[in-house]
Design a binder for this molecule. Structure first.
Ligand code: GLP
Length: 240
């Protein structure tokens, strides 16, 4: 795994945006695999700025997001669809019909998961997948467990993740208990992967991943199976 250590969050955002922008310049109809969470917000702001300056063009871009709460309405301001519209899609020249987030409002979660998996595979996987990392080493909503599901699936959230996400909701009781998420196999089907991390809170998870071994108890460690992964991390997170 390649590691880029940045001095602060601002630099993490800039460096990661540059990597995504390069993929878009090399392939104007690229498939971008996107992530939510607070970590990539700065990267999205930078991509919006580059789009406004005419440096990058989203008109032929397709996007596939990693995950979505389940069940949740796309209009709920805590849904990942809402997050993506607000932080990126509504602010750049993208064709909204080519932006894809698992449908948190689907009646049948398993059927939606199967549809989404088939769709991502039909695209041949993402040209670049952007990832964050959970404090416990989770990726998207693939939580540490004795077994992992490789494909898109419905999953329960761990108390730690519910707790970490509670800050966005009025209370922990309102955080959905389930989610639709790509599996590690779906994620590893991307041609290139960048994983962003900042702050001390992610230090342990990042170190476990950088050990180079693979364990289901740290889903991020599965990225060691891929040969084009770049960690973009700030000094605080890297040094602990
Ligand atoms: C959520 C998301 C993940 C994200 C993680 C870290 O659980 N499902 O995709 O990587 O949180 O979020 P943050 O960047 O806010 O720390």
């Amino acid at each position: 795994m390649k590691v880029i250590v940045c001095k602060d969050y601002q630099e993490v955002s800039e460096k990661s945006a540059e990597i995504v922008a390069q993929v878009m310049k090399d392939k104007p109809n690229a498939v971008l695999g996107l992530a939510t969470g607070s970590t990539p917000e700065g990267m999205y702001a930078k991509l919006v700025e580059m789009n406004r300056k005419g440096e990058i063009d989203f008109s032929d871009i397709t996007t596939v997001n990693l995950d979505e709460y389940f069940p949740i309405s796309p209009d709920n301001d805590q849904s990942y669809r809402y997050f993506m519209n607000k932080n990126l899609f509504d602010r750049v020249n993208i064709d909204k019909s080519r932006t894809n987030v698992p449908n948190g409002a689907a009646n049948d979660g398993e059927a939606e998961a199967a549809r989404y998996e088939a769709f991502v595979r039909s695209l041949g996987g993402a040209d670049i997948q952007v990832l964050g990392i959970g404090r416990n080493g989770h990726i998207a909503f693939n939580e540490p467990d004795v077994e992992l599901v490789p494909v898109t699936h419905v999953t329960g959230l761990t108390p730690d993740t519910i707790d970490a996400n509670a800050r966005f909701f009025a209370s922990a009781d309102e955080v959905p208990t389930h989610a639709l998420t790509m599996g590690m196999g779906t994620i590893l089907s991307a041609k290139k992967i960048i994983i962003l991390a900042n702050g001390k809170g992610k230090h342990n998870a990042v170190m476990k991943m950088l050990k180079g071994t693979v364990t289901t108890m740290c889903p991020a460690s599965f990225l060691n199976l891929h040969d084009d992964v770049t960690l973009v991390v700030d000094e605080e997170c890297y040094n602990g």
